[in-house]
Ligand binder design. Structure first.
Ligand code: NDP
Length: 262
């Protein structure tokens, strides 16, 4: 297998900073406290005014869609357009845009919002999505090999991405269906990957971006996959402990986020 495509210096530096951020995030979430939104929002005073959950998701996720989309629309030279159209660049970028079109525009309208999100969390997520949108767009549209081919590795990574997205979408839908309109409480999720793990949506998300990193085979993609796991695995563990404490009959064989392992 060929080595990961060498990114130009700026993408390398951006990816290294995100990888360092992933480590810091995992440590902060594991040793300090869960990110204060959703069921872990207690004690969120000091994190800013409450933003309604739907608006929070739209605002914070939009930059990851808008930055690459605007960059694509602004490409002017034939060389720039050729790099964007090279199959090894176009495929992972299209997958990234598909995910964020759903997450920023469709998911917030489908969800059954519970607690509001503190503005500080929205601001941090917005900054992360802007940074990540810029880094991934810069890689695929300015620094990636201009003739990147579609390799068997890229196709295999895209298949894993698709499987992860399917798990994530199914799990998000199962959670939406747990609440009737107006309800804000919690129930035990069942069906699909929830039979194996407490946080099937996070499992799907982690799988999705791991597959995507294999498809893109770049330092920025690897850094994003690492950050996603660093963010969601500790939170999944916190959700898992919360479920066990709240529901005495909670299924004992369920893991937190990685089936049969964790
Ligand atoms: P959660 O699973 O905490 O919550 C998702 C939604 O379902 C919320 O509206 C929540 O309500 C509701 N919900 C959760 N569990 C239950 C339950 N047992 N009974 C009833 N309702 C429930 O996920 P997040 O909000 O953290 O994430 C949402 C999506 O965004 C996921 O698909 C996740 O993978 C993705 N995400 C991706 C990240 C990344 O780094 N790439 C980071 C964070 C999220 P309430 O808000 O009231 O708890």
């Amino acid at each position: 297998m060929e080595p990961p495509q060498a990114a130009a210096p700026q993408c390398n530096a951006l990816a290294a900073a995100m990888a360092a951020g992933a480590l810091a995030t995992a440590l902060a979430l594991a040793l300090w406290r869960p990110a204060p939104y959703g069921r872990h929002a207690e004690g969120a005073s000091g994190w800013g005014f409450p933003v309604p959950a739907r608006a929070a998701w739209m605002i914070q996720e939009l930059p990851a869609l808008a930055v690459p989309a605007l960059w694509l629309a602004a490409l002017s030279s034939p060389q720039q357009r050729a790099r964007a159209a090279a199959p090894g660049n176009a495929l992972p970028l299209a997958l990234f845009l598909a995910h964020y079109a759903h997450r920023a525009l469709i998911y917030p309208l489908r969800m059954r919002p519970g607690r509001a999100t503190p503005a500080g969390i929205v601001l941090m997520a917005f900054a992360f999505c802007a940074y990540n949108g810029y880094m991934q767009a810069r890689y695929f549209l300015a620094e990636a090999p201009p003739d990147a081919p579609l390799t068997p590795r890229a196709l295999a990574g895209a298949a894993v991405w698709l499987a992860g997205w399917a798990v994530n979408l199914h799990a998000d839908t199962a959670l939406i269906n747990l609440r009737r309109p107006g309800e804000t409480g919690y129930k035990i999720p069942r069906g699909g990957a929830f039979e194996l793990v407490s946080c099937a949506n996070y499992f799907g998300e982690v799988l999705e971006w791991a597959g995507w990193a294999v498809a893109a085979w770049s330092a920025p993609a690897a850094a994003f996959a690492a950050y996603t796991a660093a963010n969601l695995v500790p939170r999944a563990w916190q959700h898992h402990c919360w479920y066990r404490a709240k529901f005495p009959g909670y299924p004992r064989n369920r893991r937190a986020v990685i089936p049969f392992l964790l």
